[in-house]
Design a protein around this ligand. Structure first.
Ligand SMILES: [Zn+2]
Length: 455
């Protein structure tokens, strides 16, 4: 696979590697489309912001045969006293808009609030009707005379609920809906971005993102990706009533990055819990994130001597700087306990986290702290603060330090002990789950990259 370097998109983000020296193999890839992939925790939000207007969860309505009316409503607001003897249902669909409440929806449909109150008294209905989300849909069956007859909505992926007035009582009908997990397979070779390669392989944005996520601890998609890198992936799609409902899990995948091969397999424990492991049964999830921040570029690396941008003196830079906009969230690189939260001379607003294994991480120059006090426990990925330029900083950036037993180490290079593999009994179970997936991956690897096929 060869592509002229000149055809590669070049963005400002690509200049991250301005100081890189491994230029030979290093054809940098469009960082903009890939940055989102580097984030593990806020990944779903990222899709929304990177691909505006692309609604990952847009699903065809199961009962597509019924006409959908928007919120435009019967012109007559006067409600005839007499109820018409109803024939078939007259469903009207409401898709929740930002800022809308169920009360507002009822009044826009000219339905009396007493009906809503009665519905809310119905056990189990309350949650669905009070915690409504933008984009969710409710179908109302309203008689020609304007009287409420029924309300229908989805609860979870697999249940549809109808609340219907029957003999002046509200009766709940539940309908279980069968979900189908379809196994898909796809392969791709990187020509300019992971996004484009995944799209060319017919994968949805969500599926590409899931794949990036399972490799997110090993591959920094903003910096490490190269032309010619290849992936093979077996993943699920969730279908309902003959229509694709949403993206499912990655079941297995290989990624060859700069000649280095990474494999991940989803393992389902006996209790249904799932985690990802490599071919030897070692967890792919690491104790520390590759980057404590998303959508950032490295503006200064770890070095023993550099000219300080504010002080003008040559001194060691014992951390990594990530340039990012003020307010960009900063994530705890690993699980631990807040050792320090507050102002720390030249570092400005600072958090220090104490981790297991005598490791501490430091995050400086924050515009504000994330609300964790000294002594609080944090999990990996928790937002501990926001990018700023407090203290001695020439512009908004995160200054990140990594210390082992009090000694500064380069966070980009430090190697940590490999995590322990699954215990013996689980390992045997894992390997038997892995065998058929590995066979599928081998078949994919032997073939030319194609569009997804049912597995
Ligand atoms: Zn710094």
């Amino acid at each position: 696979m060869t592509t002229e370097p000149s055809t590669l998109p070049h963005s400002r983000d690509d200049s991250v590697g301005g100081s890189r020296t491994d230029a030979g193999a290093a054809r940098r890839i469009d960082g903009r489309r890939l940055l989102w992939a580097a984030g593990v925790t806020c990944a779903v939000l990222a899709v929304v912001s990177i691909v505006p207007g692309f609604n990952v969860h847009q699903t065809p309505h199961p009962s597509a045969s019924q006409a959908t009316a928007k919120l435009s409503l019967p012109a007559s607001t006067a409600q005839p006293k007499q109820r018409e003897t109803s024939k078939g249902p007259r469903w009207q669909t409401v898709v929740v808009q930002a800022g809308q409440t169920m009360g507002g929806i009822f009044s826009s449909l000219n339905l009396p609030s007493t009906v809503l109150h009665r519905l809310l008294q119905h056990p189990e209905a309350k949650d669905s009707l009070t915690r409504i989300r933008v984009g969710s849909r409710f179908d109302f069956d309203i008689a020609e005379d304007g009287a409420f007859r029924a309300l229908r909505f989805e609860r979870g992926d697999a249940e549809r609920v109808v609340l219907r007035i029957e003999d002046d009582q509200i009766v709940e009908h539940k309908q279980q809906r069968a979900l189908e997990h379809r196994v898909m397979m796809a392969s791709g070779v990187i020509e300019n971005s992971l996004y484009n390669a995944g799209e060319a392989a017919g994968m949805s944005v969500g599926a590409i993102l899931e794949m990036a996520k399972v490799f997110g601890y090993d591959i920094d998609f903003a910096q490490d990706l190269r032309v010619g890198d290849r992936f093979d992936v077996v993943y699920e799609e969730v279908w309902r009533d003959g229509a694709r409902l949403r993206d499912g899990d990655v079941l297995a995948a290989t990624f060859i990055n700069q000649g280095k091969r990474f494999e991940v397999y989803r393992y389902v424990f006996a209790d249904g819990r799932t985690e990802y492991y490599d071919q030897d049964g070692r967890p792919t999830k690491k104790s520390f994130l590759r980057m404590p921040i998303e959508f950032a570029r490295i503006s200064s690396r770890f070095s023993s001597a550099r000219k300080h941008p504010v002080l003008g003196k040559v001194r060691a830079h014992r951390g990594v700087d990530y340039a990012a906009n003020t307010g960009t969230p900063i994530h705890a690189a690993g699980e631990g306990k807040i050792q320090y939260a507050g102002w720390k001379n030249g570092y400005g607003r600072t958090i220090i986290i104490q981790h297991a294994g005598n490791v501490t991480t430091l995050y400086g120059h924050m515009s504000r702290l994330g609300g964790y006090k000294t002594g609080a426990r944090v999990r990996q990925g928790d937002v501990i603060g926001y990018v700023g330029q407090s203290g001695l900083a020439s512009g908004p950036h995160l200054h990140y330090e990594f210390r082992v037993a009090g000694v500064h180490r380069d966070p980009l290079k430090v190697t940590l002990p490999k995590p322990q593999p699954l215990p013996r009994n689980e390992l045997a179970r894992f390997q038997s789950q892995r065998a058929p997936l590995q066979a599928q991956l081998s078949r994919l690897a032997a073939a030319e990259p194609t569009t997804p096929t049912r597995g």
